[in-house]
Design a protein around this ligand. Structure first.
Ligand SMILES: Cc1ncc(COP(=O)(O)O)c(C=O)c1O
Length: 384
């Protein structure tokens, strides 16, 4: 099947709408000139609205992991304790990254389980320079309680470093209200742009913490990003991926034209439609929720039904032109995931559910085709 006919329903990269693709084909410009400076300023202003912050915001030419590494690499030195909260693959990534720079205090929960806030408090009370959290744990489809972690971080005077890679731009994220010192997002997720850029907000507290660093990363030095952004012509320290900046600017304009609240509502409704549909098909969600955690509003993780691997469902869907995701690492084969982020439409979701129901019917998991699509359609009607 031609890639132009494939529907990406995975948790990033997401489909890029033609308007954004076209924006990328503009001629290259001087990255130290006025035109780039205006584009960067425009992006940073819109990003501040999306992050809900007055903190400095920078755009890094590198995917979400680059921004995660900048966050820990610029604030944590070898004898600094970092509490790393893990309930999925990306929490694990933060632990591994932080371990390169500092002294990790790992807090590991089963992937897909809720975070025990009492345990987090216990660890922070022992003293830590920082705490890392993945707000929306993509690998397990669970939304973690960022606001509560922010309160604990303040109480014990730890920096709060948050991965908002698959929540910012699609869900309600309040960087300043929650006291997030460093927040990161990737371009290829809820914002709807191609992969390759990451955006990072940095508080004054985080910049203060950089003052006693003996060494800073070179390419990912956030002080260098701040210095370049503060020049008369706003710029990045090194040559930026200009075509991706064009795409980012266009995608941010699309976010603002839709309206952030409307966009968040569309994401929430989309994920709810997936959940209602799979529930009608007798499929269970992976996350074990408590009173603080929620199902993700941007990616839904479902347990593979009895006798069928999540990878088989993924393969069957691909034959029908739809790319969904399986489970990562220890969840491989055990789950399947449907992304509903970025500029995904109700029509995309309905086609996906219809094909999923057909696939499950052919595999003998559901006895008739219809209940799933009806459930999804009922939820999505709210967006009409
Ligand atoms: C929650 C989360 N954090 C970090 C990453 C890593 O981002 P990237 O692949 O852009 O480096 C991802 C990618 O899927 C993610 O979902």
């Amino acid at each position: 099947m031609n890639n132009e006919d494939i529907l990406l329903m995975m948790p990033g990269p997401v489909p890029v709408v033609p308007r954004i693709l076209r924006a990328m084909s503009k001629p290259m410009i001087n990255h130290r000139g006025a035109e780039f400076s205006e584009m960067y300023d425009d992006c940073r202003e819109i990003l501040a609205d999306i992050f809900k912050t007055d903190n400095d915001i920078f755009v890094i030419s590198g995917s979400g992991s680059a921004a995660m590494e900048a966050a820990v690499g610029c604030t944590i030195k070898s004898d600094d304790k970092v509490v790393t909260i893990e309930n999925g693959k990306f929490g694990e990534r933060f632990k591994l990254l932080a371990g390169i720079y500092g002294d990790v205090v790992p807090l590991e929960f089963e992937w897909g389980d809720s975070i025990d806030l009492d345990v987090v408090e216990e660890k922070l009370a022992e003293g830590a320079k920082a705490v890392t959290l993945v707000h929306n744990e993509t690998s397990a489809g669970i939304l973690n309680p960022a606001e509560e972690i922010g309160k604990l971080a303040r109480k014990y005077d730890a920096l709060f470093i948050m991965d908002g890679v698959t929540s910012i731009g699609g869900d309600d994220v309040r960087v300043d209200e929650w006291g997030v010192d460093i927040a990161v997002v990737g371009s290829q997720k809820c914002i709807g742009a191609p992969p390759g850029l990451s955006m990072i907000s940095v508080s004054e507290r985080a910049f203060d913490a950089m003052e006693d660093m003996k060494k800073m990363p070179y390419y990912l030095d956030l002080k260098a990003y701040r210095k370049s952004a503060g020049k008369e012509k706003t710029q990045t320290p090194y040559t930026p991926a200009i075509p991706l900046f064009y795409a980012l600017q266009e995608s941010l304009h699309i976010v603002m034209e839709e309206g952030l609240d409307a966009r968040i509502n569309r994401h929430r409704t989309g994920a709810e439609a997936v959940r209602e549909a799979v529930n009608a098909m007798g499929i269970e969600m992976l996350p074990n929720l408590d009173s603080y955690s929620r199902y993700s509003n941007t990616v839904s993780a479902m347990k593979a039904p009895e006798g069928v691997s999540g990878d088989d469902i993924k393969k069957d869907m691909l034959k029908r032109g739809i790319v969904i995701a399986g489970g990562q690492a220890r969840l491989s084969g055990k789950i399947f995931r449907i992304g509903s982020m970025g500029n995904i439409t109700s029509r995309d979701l309905l086609v996906t559910i219809q094909e999923l129901e057909t696939v499950l019917h052919k595999r003998g998991v559901v006895s008739n085709i219809g209940p799933g699509i009806e459930a999804a359609s009922n939820v999505l009607d709210a967006l009409l």
